[in-house]
Design a protein around this ligand. Structure first.
Ligand code: SF4
Length: 99
């Protein structure tokens, strides 16, 4: 969930193996890796969470998203199936960059 919306829904194995939403990608990218020897700084998503008392007219993740497009500032995406049992609310296909 992000900003009060379900932004990605999948089985746990599918979600970790094939994350699609930019927020999910950021969350998974911020996980510490136990096998890493160096103590590098963990990835963090820049910016702040949205104000929850205002209904968004755009994608609530747009101000923090590295995939953001013009459409993201105009319409809040709804969940759409991307594969069996896997739904994502995003205008961009992050697996191939297509819009
Ligand atoms: S709809 Fe746009 S801003 Fe929102 S997560 Fe997808 S690419 Fe990012």
């Amino acid at each position: 969930m992000y900003g009060g919306y379900i932004i990605e829904e999948a089985g746990v194995y599918d979600l970790y193996a094939n994350p699609r939403h930019p927020y999910t990608l950021g969350l998974i990218g911020s996980l510490p890796q136990i096998h890493e020897e160096s103590h590098k700084k963990l990835f963090s998503i820049e910016g702040m969470p949205p104000v929850l008392y205002q209904k968004p007219t755009a994608c609530p993740f747009a101000p923090r998203c590295s995939f953001v497009t013009e459409r993201c500032w105009k319409e809040n995406p709804v969940l759409e199936p991307v594969s069996e049992g896997h739904r994502v609310a995003c205008w961009v296909n992050t697996s191939n960059g297509s819009k």
